[in-house]
Structure formats: C-alpha cells, structure tokens
Design a protein around this ligand. Structure first.
Ligand code: TUI
Length: 307
C-alpha cells in the first residue's frame, strides 16, 4: 500500500508505532520495522547514554528504517535531539511541545521530521517550519493528550496542510486504517495495539491490564493541571481524580505522579503506576508478535479499501 508516507519513510506499510515513553525500546521498535512498519524508540526523559545504546541495538536488530520520539517536556530534550543527528536516525517524531527550534538542524542532517500535533494551528506552524509530515493525534490516544478527537482533527489538519498527515488515536485494526484513509490520512500511528505485543518489554501486569480492559476502563487525569493524561482506570487513577476534585495542592499531585510511568512499565506496580493506554484498549484482547499484528491489520485494511 503506497502513500506519500511509505514513500517518505521507505517502509512497506503506512504504519508508525507510537513513541511511548518508558515502553518503546529497541526490541519493540525493531520488531515493528521488521514487520514492514516504522518502529520508534521513545526518548522520554531517558539519559543520553541509554538512548544511544537503544539506537545502536536497534540498528543491529533491523536494517529497515526506524525512528526516535523526542518528548519535548523532557529536561534533556536538547541533548537527545542532537543525539539523533549524531546517530543518523532516519526519522524523528516529537510530542508534548513545539519542536520548531530543532527542525532546521534535523533537516540539515537528512532526518525525516514528523511532529505530533493536537491542533490545526500547530500543524500549520510545523508545515511552515519544514516538517515532512505531521501526526494528527486525537484525544483517544494514551498518555499526554490534546482535546480534539481523531475523527474531527484528522480531516481538519488534512484540509489545512499540504504535507502528508498520519492519523493517531483509537486505531488498532484495519477498520481504523480504512477510516483514517477516508478522512484523508496517508498513514496511521498505532500505540496501544503494540503494548500487547510479544516483543513489547513492559511488565506482564501492564499487558494484562490492556488485554482485560473494557471500553470504559479508561481515565483522564491531570485535566486541571493543564497536562491531561490518559491511562487505564485503576485505584491509582481514581485517587488522582479524587485529589483533583478536591483541588489538592499541585505538590501532592506531583508526589504521587513522579516516577509513575516507570512503576507501571518496569515494576508492574498496580497500586502506584500510571498505565498509560489509549481508549481503544477495549478492542485489544490478545498478545501477538508484531509481525502478526501488522499483517492482520493490513490485510483487513486492504480488503476494506478494495486494494
Ligand atoms: O506526547 C504525547 N504523549 C505522551 S508524552 C508522555 S511522557 C510525559 N511525561 C510527563 C509529562 C508529560 C508527558 C506521555 N504521553 N503525545 C503527543 C502529543 N503532543 N499530545 C499532545 C501534544 C502536544 C501538546 C502541545 C504537542 C504540542 C503542543 O504544543 C504546545 C505549544 O507549545 O504550542
């Protein structure tokens, strides 16, 4: 299935994997790239040496293009951005901010730059700044989210920019891809479906929460602090929401959330972890190798799109 995204990235299928902080490391990224999509390693707020090792391990594991996601709220985003240049990473996606100041150097290094945007305004700014494509991410996504939905945001971004648009948020099967294409997208970003993959290195408690989640087992926290974040509903997220309702001081909120991504992904700590996850988890019911996931999704999408 050829689109401007497969042409741009040199991949077989128009699927990129979400750059999930504390989740997306080289085993997952290389498995997605080897399956014909584009895998991503999450920079998150990782130390630079860790990310360098991850990039190098990924190069060993695949000769296909893969990328790095730079989380712009990270205190060391600048160093990680430079590392992508030094390591000649093929693709960079960004999240949680405006990457404008990094784009010229990335472009000069031949890196394909794909900012994740939650609004039409930011998509336009990114096009002007030289981005190769944008990911229009709906609020159905896991983690740090904007307010607009995939269904409403994607066609508006498609109408507003000339660069190719990748749809994200709520896509986990071929129907999601077909629908995204109907909205004008030329690729999709998939995160939650890959949480429940064999190659994803997260704790088994995390995977079990994903595959057991129903449509309603999802919660947004951090709404009033201006940093809304979508996770699987647990006692922990209910507690955070209760604190928000009672207007708890930001320090109390911070004390509970610091380190919570690690507690979920690495320790599988149900009591204190933030199990970031998209709204589509209710439809993700089994754990499979990435290759099977990608092939199944693409076969369904191709059939629906009559290709
Ligand atoms: O970035 C994400 N999802 C994430 S990042 C993350 S780790 C994290 N840790 C602590 C605090 C916050 C996050 C977990 N999930 N998705 C892409 C995304 N980007 N969603 C929303 C945005 C966004 C928001 C505002 C992008 C740009 C933006 O720009 C504001 C501006 O400066 O114009």
């Amino acid at each position: 299935m050829k689109t401007r995204i497969t042409e741009l990235l040199g991949c077989q299928y128009p699927i990129i994997q979400g750059g999930m902080a504390w989740v997306a490391e080289h085993k997952l990224a290389s498995a997605v790239s080897n399956a014909g999509g584009v895998g991503l390693i999450a920079g998150g707020s990782a130390p630079i040496d860790y990310l360098r090792e991850q990039i190098r391990a990924c190069k060993e594991a695949t000769d296909k293009p893969f990328g790095v996601n730079i989380m712009l709220m990270s205190p060391n985003a600048e160093d990680l951005a430079q590392l992508c240049i030094d390591e000649k990473v093929a693709v960079v996606t960004t999240g949680a901010g405006n990457p404008g100041k990094y784009i010229p150097a990335w472009k000069e290094a031949g890196i394909k730059v794909i900012p994740v945007v939650p609004s039409v305004a930011l998509a336009k700014r990114m096009e002007k700044a030289g981005a190769d494509a944008v990911v229009a991410e709906g609020t159905e996504s896991g983690g740090h989210i904007g307010m607009n939905t995939t269904m409403c945001l994607v066609p508006q971004v498609v109408d507003a920019v000339s660069i190719p648009v990748i749809a994200a948020g709520g896509i986990a099967d071929g129907r999601g891809i077909a629908a995204s294409f109907m909205l004008g997208a030329e690729g999709v970003q998939i995160g939650t479906r890959f949480l429940a993959s064999e190659e994803c290195q997260i704790h088994e408690n995390y995977k079990n929460l994903v595959i057991k989640a129903k449509d309603t087992d999802n919660q947004i926290t951090g709404f009033y602090s201006g940093s809304p974040c979508r996770s699987i509903k647990t006692k922990y997220t209910k507690k955070l929401q209760e604190m928000e309702k009672n207007a708890a001081p930001p320090e109390d909120f911070e004390a509970l959330t610091v380190g919570s991504l690690r507690k979920a992904a690495v320790d599988g700590n149900i009591e204190e972890g933030s199990f970031l996850c998209g709204l589509i988890a209710g439809m993700v019911n089994d754990i499979k190798p990435c290759k099977e996931i990608v092939e199944e999704i693409m076969a369904q999408a191709s059939k629906l799109l009559g290709r």
